[in-house]
Structure formats: C-alpha cells, structure tokens
Ligand binder design. Structure first.
Ligand SMILES: *[C@@H]1O[C@H](CO)[C@@H](O)[C@H](O)[C@H]1NC(C)=O
Ligand SMILES: *[C@@H]1O[C@H](CO)[C@@H](O)[C@H](O)[C@H]1NC(C)=O
Ligand SMILES: *[C@@H]1O[C@H](CO)[C@@H](O)[C@H](O)[C@H]1NC(C)=O
Ligand SMILES: *[C@@H]1O[C@H](CO)[C@@H](O)[C@H](O)[C@H]1NC(C)=O
Ligand SMILES: *[C@@H]1O[C@H](CO)[C@@H](O)[C@H](O)[C@H]1NC(C)=O
Length: 397
C-alpha cells in the first residue's frame, strides 16, 4: 500500500471517530503575536532620537525588534486616571493579527530558527489538524493584546469573540468549545459572563481551561518587584522592569485575596521588618513604583467583580474541564535585604513555573473535572500528548 492511500485511510478513520466540535483557542499572557504600527508626531520628543516614528504594521512580538529598546518603550502603557484606562502612547497602535485564525497563537516567531522553539500552540494545532480540523473554519483562535486585563481593549475583544461564536455556528452548525491556556482562562471567564445564559446555551458547548491561574500567581509578585526576562532577550533588566510595571495584565495576575490564603507572604524587607501578605496585598501594591498609580484599581477590577457576581462558579453553568501540571519551582514570595533594589531571595512553591500549584488546583472550586497530567512546565503542557488526550474525547464528542 502506498503512502498516499495510507494517508487517505488515516484521515477517513479520523473523520469517522471524531465529530469535530468547532474550537476557539484563547491564548495567555505573552503567548500570541503582536503587530505594531507607528505614526508618532514629528515634534514628539518622548522617545529617543534613534527610534522610528512612522512604520506600517509589522510583527514585533516576537521578532528581532525586541532587541531594540525603542520597541520595549513602545509597549509601555500609559494610565489615564480620569477614565481608569490603560492606553498606548499617542501614535502607537498594537494588535494581535488575524483574529479568528490560528496564525497569532501557532508560533510566536514564525521564522527559522525561532519557529521551532517559539511554537506555543504548534503541537496542539498539529493534533487538531490530524483530526481534520481546518484553520478559520472549525479551528479558530481569539488572540488579543495581552498587555491589557480590564481596559476597553478587553470589552472590544468580548464582542469580537461573541461574533466569532455566532459565525462559527453559522458555518459549522454546532456549538463551539472554548480552549484557554493560562490567563486566557480569565478571558474565557469574562466571556462566559458577558455572553449570558441564553447565548451560552445556544452557542457554547463547553470550556476547557489549561493551566488557569484561578487564584492568580506569585510569579506576578516577582515580575513587578524585580522583573523577569521571560523570552531570554538579554535586555537590560531595569528597562524591562519599567515596561513590566506598566503592563495591566501583570497586575491583574497577582494573588486574589478573596481566595488565596491570607497569611501567605508576598514580600518582606528584612532590615525594616516590613511584611506584606496576601491579606494586605493592596498595601503591597502601593509600595511598587508606578504601579502605585493604577495597581489597586486594576487589581480590584480584573477578575474579582466577575467572580463575585457569579458566586465563584463558572458563569451560566457551562461545563468545564481543567488540565494542570506541576513539579516545577514557581516563585511565591520575595525577601529583600534592605529595599526593592537590594539583594533578594525568592521563595518558591510547587507549580508549573508560572502558576503556583494551589492556584492551579483551585479549579476544583468550579468543577470536579480537574486532570493533573504530571510534571510539565506552563508552556510545555500544550505540547504534551497527555494534555491532548484529555482534550480529544471532549472535542470529538
Ligand atoms: C499619521 O497621523 C497624522 C496626524 O497625526 C495623520 O494626518 C496621518 O493620516 C496619519 N498617517 C497614517 C498613515 O495613519
Ligand atoms: C485619580 O482619580 C481619583 C478619583 O477618581 C483621585 O482621587 C486621585 O487623586 C487621582 N489621582 C491622580 C494622581 O490624579
Ligand atoms: C515560603 O512560602 C511558603 C508558602 O507560602 C511559606 O509557608 C513559607 O513560610 C515561606 N518561606 C519564607 C522563608 O518566606
Ligand atoms: C500585613 O499583614 C500582616 C498580618 O497578616 C502583618 O503582620 C503585617 O504587619 C501587615 N503589613 C503591613 C505593611 O501592614
Ligand atoms: C465535567 O465534564 C463532563 C464532560 O465534558 C461534562 O459533561 C460535565 O458537565 C463537567 N462537569 C462540570 C461540573 O463542569
């Protein structure tokens, strides 16, 4: 039997065994491509002279552009106290490209040699393709500008994703499964709340949440206190920290005080004996430069009001399955010798490297369907066969 016949047989048997419910992939923080467009006024002196002022849409996350401090500066968000909104600097537009298709989530940097190592959903998508899924038809993605967690950009995304669900129903004649990764779980939660009961009943089949930081993460504490070069770009950490301290979604990921053990330490300063626990997290937020201007508002308004409104349950009783992993040291709290810029040690707990295990396991407050797949990091879980084998029967029906 030749290869082509074999291939045909395989695809036939796949289409027989999988009824292919349509899926929408919802990525997490830093996990989708972002494009940028510049049209900064010639007279504006905010950026260094060497920085471009005009440029048409181009990918910058991720690309070589990130090695330039200019692009790091362009990512910096500005807080508008009057409207309680985060905004780009005037003349800068940033967006996740190809909404509805999987391009923005497939691979962060779609060029050799980066393509292979930045393929966050690549393996997952290839499993879907093996089942006969087609991009933009029954396999969709809803990427967003992940720097935001409560500003207007999110409201626009909610409506856009609602339209995507409607469109999917028109094309496929079936309800759609939402599959979120990481902070994409916050977006999915907000979405189900936004859609309302009737819409969910009619258009949403179920929700699969992979690695959701249900109660937030101690890694956000590390990120806003000392920063983290997550993409290993070797950028100057002070520049990186300055940008991180303007990113709304990082603050939105701090431990949620209505759920997390209130006595757990977030930060201590040894010389002064100052201690901040989850119980006084708002005071902690106010100690961090620049975040003190917007942090408490963003923290209080990212997910908490929606959790409270829905009694800490899944909105509209949408069926949920969670998939989690562990076995990796995950930052939980920080101890500084003298001050925020002095020597420090990091206190770790078990987790997936990005989310602490208590927060991953907290999915059990939503559903009894929580599958622990063993040792895996936050990003690797999407590449694991153990993960896809939980997903497959749920989407094949
Ligand atoms: C750039 O901005 C100027 C005004 O600030 C506007 O007149 C012009 O049309 C813009 N160009 C593009 C390509 O958006
Ligand atoms: C921001 O607005 C609040 C009221 O909404 C006000 O109390 C506060 O002083 C303002 N902060 C700044 C820095 O303007
Ligand atoms: C480290 O974190 C754990 C869990 O929050 C806590 O029980 C322990 O006391 C912490 N250790 C230090 C040295 O802060
Ligand atoms: C935060 O709360 C803890 C008790 O949970 C207390 O020991 C600590 O002094 C408080 N920190 C501040 C800065 O109020
Ligand atoms: C658990 O998963 C099954 C299969 O998807 C689903 O029918 C059920 O409603 C889920 N339970 C909850 C509480 O979400």
């Amino acid at each position: 039997m030749n290869v082509i016949v074999l291939f045909l047989l395989c695809s036939l048997s796949n289409s027989e065994t999988c009824s292919r419910k349509p899926v929408i992939l919802i990525p997490g923080i830093m996990s989708s491509i972002l494009d940028i467009k510049l049209n900064i006024s010639k007279t504006d002196e905010h950026f260094e002279k060497k920085c471009k002022k005009v440029e048409d849409w181009e990918r910058f996350w991720a690309s070589y552009k990130l090695a330039s401090e200019c692009y790091l500066e362009y990512m910096h968000l500005q807080w508008e106290n009057k409207t309680k909104q985060m905004k780009n600097y005037d003349g800068i537009e940033i967006r996740a490209p190809d909404f509805g298709k999987t391009y923005a989530v497939d691979t962060l940097w779609p060029e050799i040699p980066w393509k292979k190592i930045t393929g966050i959903w690549r393996k997952f998508i290839s499993h879907l393709e093996e089942l006969g899924y087609r991009d933009g038809v029954d396999m969709m993605a809803a990427p967003y500008d992940w720097r935001f967690s409560q500003s207007k950009v999110i409201d626009i995304w909610l409506e856009q994703t609602k339209q995507l669900l409607l469109n999917s129903y028109k094309i496929n004649g079936k309800k759609t499964v939402l599959i979120s990764s990481s902070m994409g779980g916050y977006m999915a939660y907000r979405l189900l709340d936004y859609l309302g009961n009737d819409f969910c009943n009619q258009y949403v089949d179920q929700w699969i949440a992979i690695s959701m930081p249900v109660m937030g993460s101690g890694v956000a504490v590390k990120m806003i206190t000392v920063g983290e070069d997550l993409l290993h770009l070797n950028l100057p950490i002070d520049r990186l920290l300055k940008v991180i301290r303007s990113i709304e979604s990082v603050v939105g990921l701090l431990p949620i005080d209505t759920l997390w053990n209130k006595d757990d330490l977030l930060m201590e300063i040894e010389s002064t004996g100052e201690r901040y626990t989850v119980g006084n997290i708002t005071q902690f937020i106010q100690t961090i430069p620049t975040i003190n201007e917007f942090g408490v508002y963003v923290y209080e308004n990212t997910l908490k009001p929606y959790y409270e409104k829905n009694n800490y349950k899944v909105p509209n009783q949408v069926p949920l399955n969670c998939i989690i992993s562990g076995g990796i040291e995950t930052a939980a709290s920080m101890s500084f010798k003298k001050s925020l810029d002095s020597l420090y040690t990091i206190n770790y707990t078990d987790g997936d490297g990005m989310v602490n295990i208590n927060s991953l396991k907290a999915c059990s407050m939503f559903t009894s369907n929580v599958t622990y797949i063993g040792k895996s990091s936050h990003n690797d879980i999407l590449k694991k066969d153990e993960c896809f084998s939980v997903v497959k029967p749920l989407i094949c029906g």
